[in-house]
Design a protein around this ligand. Structure first.
Ligand code: ATP
Length: 637
């Protein structure tokens, strides 16, 4: 048969595949074994309705290596491939028959691994020639697919006794002159057995291979007195994988490396997980094993609507749902892993599962466990927890804010905010516990960065009292804080809103008197600001800075900025702003003088002071050109 060309894109892909997708060429074996396991899963699935498809010998995968011929064969008694399937699945890279099978059969009732349609081609990283002999279940005829790599493949009729597939790799010759990085290792039984244990230990079907063992020869009857035992190599067919899924093994028998490797291969993450949570739960409605991971970073689409959360759901080691969303609340949507419960019926349909009482009970206990593990991490491994918080804190905060704060109490203790005093993230409880006796409220300031917030004029008075301030730098923070209202009886209070009650009665009285005495001047300034502020007055909170903006009412200046920045938002939000002037700053005397001598200039001063206060508050100046012009005019005087 004439050689067929891979599709043009496939050629390029194949080249990429061989040279760049995988860093370790040894993973070709994992890919081929996964394919074999998928193929058996498919036959297994079909055999549920057609008993004739159950193989007499049982489902199994076989490996055999021939060092002389330099061939490695991976055989399975799975579903096999027809001529068309060989053409379609192996002639087009990125064509996954396994994905199609799942879609056609509308089933998740299998543990099928393949989905991308690229794994098979990893063979070419180690093989110069690949031969696939396959006989599809129910077919009379077997077919042979052969290829040397990028220049194409052939398909011819062939001979095969039983259903299934043999993949025969001709292992590349070792490069001359190099003693490392050889290919021959992939012909050595111990190396192959090691790879199976490393990558494919949890494959549910036995992976068998003839393994050499050294055995003492029987002692001859006429053995001399000084007879020394002799040994010979015998071969036995061994099962290489433990088959017990990783999560079914005892925790003490699993190393962190094994957990990590399982995570990486199952969830396609090249980073190690931040935390592994493996536990068994005995429940009233359902008992289960769970193996959960907290990734070290969010997947690229985590904060988009394309992301779908969920845990794999197994019943007795068989996956019945790849991503069961109901097992995780949205705010813990970053958790990856699986749950295995033999209490769920195998025949249960997906629709039924979604409303299942057992499933709900599992979800509730999973949530509790995740929360308590996170709190444990927060307490005992703060550094790790900060990593977690930086990666997924937004998810927790959004969860606390969603649904009018329905879940906020569950999430409160997990939250962290930046403490000005400690110069690091702390919990609300920690803030509360460290509060001095005389501190009435929990202070916070919201803005774009901790640096900008530390320079807020309003912060000086709070710091003078030696009170801590939480710097809220994420857009959502202030909304959450207002939803949380208080922490252990102490209310949250923005340092830029309302009266902080931090000045003495005397100071307050003095400020009020000065405001009243200069009412006419302040009204003139307010008028010059044309509705931008609700009032101009003498400040009782400023220490050395000349001006600041504060707000009254529920909307803060920072909230105004956040809300107005929401795209396609038809409304314009406006906080009730107060321009506060420091009466002990020389500018105050100047304003008084201008009020009588040059009322027009007072207007310019009012606008400039307002713009400056806006800038300090991290807000844009409305008319930068006018602002600059007024500044320059003043400078030129
Ligand atoms: N041993 C096999 N028996 C039956 N079909 C197979 C076998 N190996 C591969 N196939 C078919 O070839 C397809 C392509 O395999 P390939 O390994 O390239 O991709 P995949 O397994 O679908 O996805 P992934 O890239 O995620 O592993 C599979 O989906 C499957 O339909």
């Amino acid at each position: 048969m004439a050689k067929q060309q891979f599709q043009a894109e496939s050629k390029r892909l194949l080249d990429m595949m061989i040279n760049s997708i995988y860093t370790h060429r040894e993973i070709f074996l994992r890919e081929l074994i996964s394919n074999a396991s998928d193929a058996i899963d498919k036959r297994h699935f079909k055999s549920l309705t057609d008993a004739s498809l159950v193989p007499e010998e049982g489902f199994e995968i076989h490996l055999s290596a021939d060092e002389d011929a330099r061939t490695l064969t991976i055989s399975d008694n799975g579903i096999g491939m027809t001529k068309e399937e060989l053409e379609h699945n192996l002639g087009t890279i990125a064509q996954s028959g396994s994905l199609a099978f799942k879609q056609e059969n509308q089933t998740d009732d299998t543990d099928i691994i393949g989905q991308f349609g690229v794994g098979f081609y990893a063979s070419f990283m180690v093989a110069s020639h690949v031969k696939v002999v396959s006989k599809a279940c129910g077919s009379e005829q077997a077919y042979i697919w052969e290829s040397d790599g990028a220049d194409g493949y052939t398909i011819e009729p062939g001979e095969k006794d039983s259903y299934g597939t043999d993949i025969i790799l001709t292992i590349k010759p070792d490069p001359e002159g190099e003693d490392e990085d050889t290919y021959s290792e992939f012909l050595q039984t111990y190396r192959l057995a090691g790879l199976v244990r490393k990558y494919s230990d949890y494959i549910r079907y036995p992976i068998k291979m003839q393994m050499p063992h050294s055995q003492e020869k029987p002692k001859p009857e006429d053995a001399p007195e000084d007879y020394k035992p002799e040994y010979e190599t015998v071969y036995t067919e061994d099962t290489l994988n433990s088959m017990i899924p990783l999560w079914k093994k005892a925790k003490k028998d699993i190393t962190q490396d094994e957990y990590d490797e399982f995570y990486r291969s199952k969830f396609m993450d090249y980073m190690k997980p931040l935390r592994t949570i493996h536990f068994h739960n005995e429940g009233l409605t359902a008992s289960y094993d769970a193996l959960l991971y907290i990734p070290s970073q969010p997947p690229f689409d985590y904060y988009s609507k394309d992301f779908s959360k969920g845990l794999s759901l197994y019943t007795s080691g068989v996956m019945i749902m790849e991503k069961c969303a109901d097992l995780l609340p949205d705010y813990f949507g970053f958790v990856r892993g699986l749950v295995d419960s033999s209490d769920l019926s195998l025949n249960i349909s997906r629709e039924m599962l979604q409303h299942d009482r057992q499933l709900k009970a599992i979800a509730i206990s999973l949530e509790k466990k995740i929360r308590s593990e996170l709190l444990k991490m927060q307490k005992d491994e703060r550094e790790e927890y900060i990593k977690f918080w930086n990666a997924f804190g937004y998810s927790i905060k959004a969860g606390a804010y969603a649904n009018y704060g329905a879940d906020k109490e569950k999430l409160r203790d997990l939250m962290m905010f930046y403490s000005a005093k400690n110069e690091k993230l702390i919990t609300l409880k920690e803030y509360r516990e460290a509060m001095p006796e005389d501190q009435e409220e929990i202070y916070y300031a919201a803005g774009s960065s901790t640096d900008a917030l530390s320079k807020l004029p309003q912060a000086e008075m709070v710091r003078k009292h030696d009170y801590d301030i939480l710097y809220l730098t994420a857009d959502i923070d202030e909304f959450i804080i207002s939803q949380l209202e208080s922490q252990d009886d102490k209310k949250f209070r923005s340092i830029t809103a309302g009266d902080l009650n931090l000045s003495s009665e005397e100071e307050k009285k003095e400020a009020e008197e000065k405001s009243t005495a200069n009412r006419a001047m302040f009204d003139a300034m307010k008028e010059a600001l044309d509705g931008k502020v609700k009032d101009v007055r003498v400040s009782s909170r400023l220490v050395s800075d000349p001006v600041c903006l504060t707000s009254e009412g529920n909307l803060s200046i920072e909230m105004e900025r956040v809300l107005n920045n929401v795209p396609n938002n038809g409304n314009h939000f406006s906080a009730e702003k107060i321009l506060e002037i420091n009466a002990s700053h020389p500018i105050f005397e100047k304003l008084i003088r201008l009020y009588t001598s040059d009322p027009d200039k007072l207007k310019t001063y009012a606008k400039l002071l307002y713009d400056q206060a806006m800038l300090i508050a991290g807000m844009p100046v409305e008319d930068p050109a006018a602002f600059t012009q007024a500044m320059c005019d003043l400078m030129a005087e």
